[in-house]
Design a binder for this molecule. Sequence first.
Ligand code: FES
Length: 311
Amino acid sequence: MIGSTGLDGRPERDYSGPRVRGLPPTPEEYRAQVIVGALFAVTMVAGFALLVVYLVGGDTQLQGILLTLAFGGLGAGIVVWAQRLLPTRLVTEDRHPLQPEPTAEALATADATREAEAGFARRHLLIGLLFGAFAGLGAALLIPVLSLGPAPGRSLFVTAWRKGSRVVGIDGKPVQASALPIDGVLTVFPEGAVGDAMAQTLLIRVPPDLLRLPAARMAWAPDGYVAYSKVCTHAGCPVGLYRAIEHRLICPCHQSTFDVLDGAIPSFGPAARPLPQLPIQLQPDGTFVALGDFPEPVGPSFWNMTSGGGA
Ligand code: FES
């Protein structure tokens, strides 16, 4: 038994017979179909247009508008379809005596009724437009993939520092130990790589007897000259502040604080890993050379995130 009005009070059509495939849409249904089709078409066009605009380097605002249209059209279309084209009535049916096998006619009637109630039997065009809308959206979602840069490979694990690299200042000239007073700090690079973001290093001079480095690393800090990566292990900002009175390096981005005397372990802030120490050696002429690259990757942790070996 089928009622005559839906949950929203709208008059319902009779879908109970086998002739539902042939029923023409009512004017209201027709209007709803046109609206849904137009909204899906908007999604499809906006999605492909977004991809084209991205590929030709169009401006970000236009891409944002097109993305809004793509998602908005799809969402609005689905809502209108659900509200205006899918039946919302309550249906109750008397229990029939159980039969061993339904007849072929009964099965055909049931199939037709299900299709009609789902609103799909007469809406192949809308289905096609819905797939078109998803295709447009899929094209738009390609953009993040296209924006990925080349895979970094092993480049994040190494810097320009090599065994024998001369330690030079921002001017490219070798740093003289005598030029750095006690509690002085200098940004240094490997010779030939001045300005390299990953290789930037802080050379700091502290009273040698205050250093509390692991025994194996004491030799890397000749006469109290100790070198740490300048790239913050939290999010990669340059650690640019040195509070000499406390012998602490401070990252200006989120105030991570590193203890220079104690292997640059973090004592405050979000950084969870020490600044890697560069092994250096003082030369007879008063300059420095590196004994090798940093013992571990510089900057934010990434390689040991799943092993629990660091933050
Ligand atoms: S980047 Fe240095 S504390 Fe966040």
